[in-house]
Design a binder for this molecule. Structure first.
Ligand code: NZQ
Ligand code: ZN
Length: 389
């Protein structure tokens, strides 16, 4: 573990089928005016809305609502929510949903008492909040992003064709608690389940494929990746397999709660490409990642060949006997490709609604990160995206 770093994660997790039973005690720690934030209505269909509002009522909370938070939440929706939260003088934000709702709640938490426009402050200038932060709690219903235990908040600006993630430094922006009941994820359509599974896997890849030192984070990452692949195959056969769904939920949280990034420079280029695709197409996050992943990893593989060879052996169980690093690296990516196809993920950008005329905007909107095995130029970005078409 080279370098200097700190580690603190203040989010308290309640896991399992009885996890919601802890909500009431958590709510008692915060003020009376709660804003309930949720998406397009799935929580009303599967009964979670009724259970949560029952607990809020029994706790005597004064509840306002922000509903209709869309996948890939927009800055317009955020501005609308800020007005509702201010009008109701909210003391606490309860997010019930997936990554979009959780991210939205965090973006709201740093905007309610902020005098400046949140897009300019947090998504253009990437500043930290200087105002009071309204605490957030999460009841998670969709698995993948890790938003339930991190300080990330991704917001889309459709006019500017930008989808930007701000990972705040201030750990006060991390949810105070998260309720993780794997049963809640079982009403997800298969498309969302598999998109979430790939999101988890790719979060781990983004941190794993960087650096050349011997790092404990890589060993943890390999274990998490193996667990995701194993459980995904069971969940694919039986979406109601509680054990598999619970493992998927737990790995999602640990894949992106800052643990496995310790001591790593981290890459994040698949996410930068995927987010720009999302800004132009509004496609499902995990599918934007799957569509660009193989062209990207094939492109950078020669620059990080040893790690790709290790990935093949330690994650995919490929026998290294008599093989060069190059051969192993190729076989590792082929094994990953075969698994992605098993899951039925989008393997091409055309499958997520991207047409060739969008390419310029996607290239322009792709932020270039510097932590991976090769720093891409804009021409490289275009080459990778073209190969993904
Ligand atoms: O809106 P409703 O009706 O609730 O439907 C949602 C939505 O349509 C549905 N859904 C959620 N739980 C369900 C359910 N349907 C049936 N049963 C349930 N139990 O699923 C759809 C997708 O939900 P969404 O929250 O958009 O998915 P996800 O959790 O993948 O979140 C995606 C957002 O998170 C951001 C992405 O960019 C994207 O905006 N990310 C956030 C990260 C972070 N905070 O660290 C990192 C990630 O890399 C990602 O970028
Ligand atoms: Zn992601």
């Amino acid at each position: 573990m080279l370098g200097n770093f700190s580690y603190c994660n203040p989010t308290k997790l309640y896991f399992g089928e009885d996890a919601l039973g802890n909500l009431s005690a958590e709510l008692s720690k915060y003020g009376n005016n709660v804003v309930l934030v949720y998406g397009g209505g799935s929580i009303k269909k599967n009964g979670i809305y009724g259970d949560v509002t029952g607990i809020l009522k029994a706790a005597g909370k004064s509840v306002s609502e922000i509903s209709g938070v869309m996948p890939n939440p927009t800055i317009h929706k955020l501005r609308e929510g800020i007005e509702i939260a201010r009008k109701n003088k909210v003391d606490f934000i309860l997010a019930v949903g997936g990554g979009s709702v959780s991210d939205y709640a965090k973006a709201l938490s740093v905007s309610i008492h902020c005098d400046e426009d949140p897009w300019e402050k947090y998504y253009v200038r990437f500043e930290e909040p200087s105002c009071e932060i309204v605490p957030v709690g999460v009841v998670l219903t969709m698995v993948g992003t890790g938003s339930e235990m991190n300080a990330g908040a991704v917001i889309t600006n459709p006019e500017e064709k930008l989808k930007i993630g701000h990972v705040f430094m201030d750990e006060n922006i991390m949810p105070k608690f998260a309720v993780l009941n794997p049963r809640y994820t079982m009403s997800l359509p298969k498309y969302q389940m598999t998109a979430g599974i790939y999101d988890i896997f790719n979060h781990i890849c983004e941190q794993y494929f960087s650096g050349e030192d011997d790092n404990t984070s890589d060993y943890i990452s390999e274990g998490l990746m193996k667990s995701v692949v194993h459980s995904s195959r069971i969940a694919l056969r039986d979406m109601n397999d509680y054990e598999a769904r619970s493992n998927i939920m737990w790995t999602a949280t640990w894949a992106l709660n800052t643990l496995v990034s310790r001591g790593k420079s981290t890459d994040w280029m698949v996410h930068m490409l995927g987010q720009s695709v999302g800004a132009c197409s509004d496609a499902t996050h995990g599918m934007t990642l799957s569509a660009v992943s193989l062209p990207y990893y094939k492109f950078i593989m020669p620059y990080g060949i040893k790690k790709f060879a290790r990935f093949a052996v330690n994650v995919w169980g490929i026998d290294p006997d008599g093989k060069t690093d190059e051969q192993l690296a190729e076989e590792g990516l082929s094994a990953m490709e075969a698994w992605m196809k098993e899951l039925g993920l989008a393997m091409k950008l055309s499958e997520v609604g991207v047409t060739p005329d969008m390419l310029d905007d996607i290239v322009n909107g792709t932020l270039i990160m510097k932590g991976g095995y090769k720093v891409l130029s804009k021409d490289d970005v275009r080459e990778v995206l073209s190969a993904a078409m």
